[in-house]
Each structure stands twice: as structure tokens, then as C-alpha cells.
Design a protein around this ligand. Structure first.
Ligand code: TMP
Length: 228
């Protein structure tokens, strides 16, 4: 069933989540092209990062410097980046009626630092209260694929470069991430859609568009036009 149009100006906040090599950036790019072609003003952004200050935090955390401090402190670094990003990029864009497509958001902290990194849920709840408050995604696309496939894709993508802080974790860590995302999607079916991401990008893009059609139908964006 289509969700009612709830944001002033008609913008929507859509987040993409998944483990390493799930194809989030590719899918976001394809979706943004489709939405723009339909005349919807779209902002593509990412976490950690998306604002100048948060991009500095991204560099810091992915370099592995935060690892020395433990998962709880790492989650504080992600929270600091998120607070800046929300304030400077996401909220202003939504207030202007834009569609915001964000590569990772708070679910990444739940999966990576919470479930896989064993940081307490109450601690992460508190961080969410101060960083995002009532800002909930209208839709979260969870791209799901076997860990081996994702890790292989991530290795192909970085070529001869070294794995970053999280790519370098053991297979068990990545399996926990997959479990975590599946649980998140199961717990919040109204917000999340779990999508099989093992197929070709164009096939996955078709699945993403179908979910968008089914969940975010609005009078200003006829579903058939977006899906066509
Ligand atoms: P990516 O966006 O290129 O996948 O890189 C971001 C990495 O940071 C990825 O390994 C997931 C990780 N991450 C967290 O651990 N917690 C977070 O809250 C976010 C946003 C990302």
C-alpha cells in the first residue's frame, strides 16, 4: 500500500544499506538518474560523509584510527559525522522538498557497531536521539547478498588498494552484518525493504523501482512514469 505523502514540498528521504560490495552506490546512481529524469530534484549523499566536516571524519574512521579506541568510541565518531551531515545537508534538502538518497545512515551504526561490534543498544539509542532526533527515513532499501559475493566485489573494486577499516574484518564479522541487516528489515517492515542484490545491477534496479512504486506512490509522481 502506498504511504501518504508526509513531507512538506513532497521530498522523500530514502536510505540504502547493506554489507560490503552490495552495490549501494550503483543503485543510488541509477535511481537518482530516474528520479531526475522524472523532474524530481534529488540529492545524492553518503555516510560517513556528505558534508565537509563529516568527510574529514570519514577519512579518520576508515583509516582505522578509531579502531584503536574500540567500537563504542567509533560509534561516537560516526555520530559526530552524522549530526553535521543531518544538520547541513539532509534536513535543509528535505525542507526544500528534495528527494534525498543517502548511501548508509543510522542502520549502519546499528549493524556495524551494534550487532557486529557489540556496542550496547541503549548507548546507540541515546546517540540516535541526539544526532537524528525524529528524522526517520521514509524508505530504507537493504541490499542483501551472500558475504562471499560482496567481499569478492569489494576486492575487485579496490584493485591493488588495501582494504579499509571494515573491509579488512574477518568473514564472521561480515556474516554478522548480513544477519543484522536482515533482522533490521524484519523488525521494521514498513520502513525497510530487503532486496536480493546478487543479480545484475539492472535487475536489482528494477526491484528497487518496484519497491519505490509500491511504497512511495504520490500524486505528483505517478508510479508508472517512475517505473517505466
Ligand atoms: P562505504 O560507504 O564505502 O561502504 O564505507 C563506509 C564504511 O563505514 C563501511 O564499511 C561501513 C562503515 N560504517 C560504520 O561502521 N558505521 C556507520 O555508522 C556508517 C555510516 C558506516
Amino acid at each position: 500500500m502506498a504511504a501518504p505523502l508526509s513531507r512538506p514540498g513532497g521530498g522523500r528521504f530514502v536510505t540504502f544499506e547493506g554489507g560490503e560490495g552490495a552495490g549501494k552506490s550503483t543503485q543510488i546512481k541509477l535511481l537518482a538518474e530516474r528520479l531526475e529524469a522524472f523532474g524530481l530534484r534529488t540529492v545524492v549523499t553518503r555516510e560517513p560523509g556528505g558534508s565537509p566536516g563529516a568527510e574529514i571524519m570519514r577519512h579518520l574512521v576508515l583509516s582505522g584510527m578509531g579502531k584503536l579506541l574500540g567500537s563504542a568510541t567509533e560509534s561516537l565518531l560516526f555520530a559526530a559525522a552524522r549530526a553535521d551531515h543531518v544538520k547541513l545537508v539532509i534536513r535543509p534538502a528535505l525542507e526544500q522538498g528534495m528527494w534525498v538518497l543517502c548511501d548508509r545512515f543510522a542502520d549502519s551504526t546499528r549493524a556495524y557497531q551494534g550487532y557486529a561490534g557489540q556496542v550496547e543498544t541503549q548507548f546507540l539509542d541515546a546517540l540516535e536521539r541526539v544526532t537524528i532526533g525524529d528524522l526517520k527515513p521514509d524508505l530504507t532499501i537493504v541490499l542483501d547478498l551472500p558475504v562471499e559475493t560482496g567481499m569478492r566485489r569489494a576486492a575487485e573494486r579496490r584493485g591493488k588498494g588495501a582494504p579499509d577499516r571494515f573491509e579488512g574484518e574477518a568473514v564472521e564479522f561480515h556474516q554478522k552484518l548480513r544477519d543484522a541487516y536482515r533482522q533490521i528489515a524484519e523488525r521494521e517492515p514498513e520502513r525497510c525493504a530487503l532486496i536480493d542484490a546478487e543479480s545484475e545491477p539492472s535487475v536489482v534496479a528494477g526491484r528497487v523501482l518496484k519497491v519505490l512504486h509500491d511504497r512511495l506512490l504520490s500524486p505528483s509522481a505517478p508510479a508508472e512514469a517512475i517505473r517505466a
